[in-house]
Write a protein that binds this ligand. Structure first.
Ligand SMILES: *Cc1c(COP(=O)(O)O)cnc(C)c1O
Length: 422
């Protein structure tokens, strides 16, 4: 459920008409709902009520500080994958002890900055990374809390670009070698092992792969404890999928996911961490865009929008489907049209949808891309010298720009000419 609904024939974000925001900030733009963000976070938080837990928002899905602040105020920790994200989380008011540091290629500099600023744990992904962290921690005279990310070799049954839990993927250490690697970690004075980490992929629409992975984590916990490791914390990653179409998809709910965790891991008495991104932010955001032209082709009509693949890359990159709806509610009995919905960029890949059934639209009409809150704004670029589009946050009847649209001057002036070309 989200808070982008038609009221009196007009799409609203909570209590504000989307058209009113478009008039104030111009199109295209991203628009987030505070109530939806909070609601989704609480669903996870409550699903783990049966134990000590921390829900760490995977901020790579949506990293605007205003979004982080909303979630932090609700009690969220953060899962970061770079020191840039770490600093952004800190700037948004998240304390270091609620930040976990994931990622396959943390540099020594990133480790140092996180250790100095305070960190809940590093999720270590390889032996060389472990050795580096040991060195960095020792050089600072401190001890780094770690989990080791294991790769359980399960098929997440999701898009190949976001599956991470098979042995061919670059993530974690093979679970078959876990005992050996934990023994190495235990011998390193700069490290303190606190638990196990696993993350098998994104946009999972079934629970079975989670269940397979978590059963393996349960076995590993017992094994490592028998060998004398103090396993008190299990970080189970993110990955629960969301419905991208209103009609036919029904991914599992956070409550069912929480019950699965309890069933597979509850008996171990560990503190549970999870790292959901998409399920918290995905349906909490839309991208609003304007029709520039309706163009008639040989055998089809094109809706040419002012939004493009540089603003929302998911269709081009993951073949993703986004529901695209007019912000004026279609009337029943209206004859539908079929469009290829495209952006203005000079690439055929700049296509959001093909042969999409839509109400008849005209130039200047506004449309909303649903489920654009996750992996939308964060993956945008200025390809084709199109300035980054603004982000706006709604809370009940108020809205605010949380990242302004740069002027052309601001965008262009970031380049510098070398002295010999001046
Ligand atoms: C991407 C990622 C997540 C979040 O995945 P979602 O599908 O957005 O929930 C969590 N943990 C790690 C380590 C990740 O790489």
């Amino acid at each position: 459920m989200d808070h982008f609904l038609y009221r009196n024939g007009a799409l609203h974000a909570e209590d504000v008409p989307v058209a009113e925001i478009a008039a104030a900030v111009g199109t295209p733009f991203y628009l987030y709902s505070t109530a939806t963000l909070t609601r989704h976070f609480k669903l996870f938080d409550e699903a783990l009520d049966w134990t000590d837990h921390l829900v760490c928002f995977a901020m790579k899905s949506a990293s605007n500080q205003a979004i982080l602040r909303v979630l932090a105020n609700a009690g969220a920790g953060m899962d970061v994958v770079s020191v840039g994200e770490y600093l952004r989380a800190k700037a948004a008011g998240v304390p270091g002890e609620k930040i976990v540091f994931s990622g396959v290629g943390k540099t020594a500099e990133e480790m140092r900055m996180a250790l100095e600023g305070g960190i809940r744990q590093f999720n270590v992904e390889s032996e060389p990374e472990m050795a580096m962290l040991d060195q960095v921690a020792q050089s600072l005279g401190t001890v780094a809390p770690i989990t080791i990310r294991v790769n359980p070799d399960v098929d997440a049954k999701t898009h190949a670009k976001i599956a991470t839990g098979k042995s061919e993927n670059k993530f974690g250490i093979p679970i078959s070698r876990a005992c050996e690697v934990y023994a190495m970690a235990a011998r390193m004075p700069g490290l303190r092992v606190v638990g196990i980490d696993v993350h098998i992929g994104s946009q999972l629409t079934e629970l079975a792969p989670f269940e397979a992975a978590y059963q393996k984590v349960a076995e590993l916990t017992e094994l490592l404890r028998a060998e004398g490791h103090d396993i008190t914390r299990l970080d189970l990653g993110g990955g629960l999928g969301i419905p991208y179409t209103r009609s036919n998809e029904a991914p599992p709910l956070p409550t069912e996911y929480g019950a699965l965790i309890q069933r597979t891991l509850g008996h171990l008495g560990c503190e549970i961490e999870i790292e959901p991104g998409r399920l918290i932010s995905g349906n909490a955001g839309i991208m609003v865009s304007k029709v520039i032209y309706v163009k008639s082709g040989e055998d089809r009509d094109f809706l040419i929008l002012d939004g493009a693949m540089n603003d929302l890359i998911r269709p081009a990159m993951y073949d993703a489907w986004h529901d695209i709806v007019p912000i004026i509610e279609p009337q029943p009995g209206q004859e539908p049209a079929k469009y290829d919905i495209v952006g203005p960029i000079c690439e055929s890949g700049d296509t959001f949808a093909k042969g999409r059934e839509m109400p008849q639209l005209r130039a200047d009409d506004l449309v909303a891309f649903r489920s654009a809150g996750a992996y939308g704004a964060v993956m945008s670029s200025e390809y084709n010298s199109r300035p980054m589009i603004p982000e706006v946050l709604v809370d009940k009847d108020q809205f605010a720009v949380i990242r302004p649209r740069p002027t052309y001057e601001e965008m262009i002036s970031r380049d510098t000419l070398p002295s010999w070309l001046e």
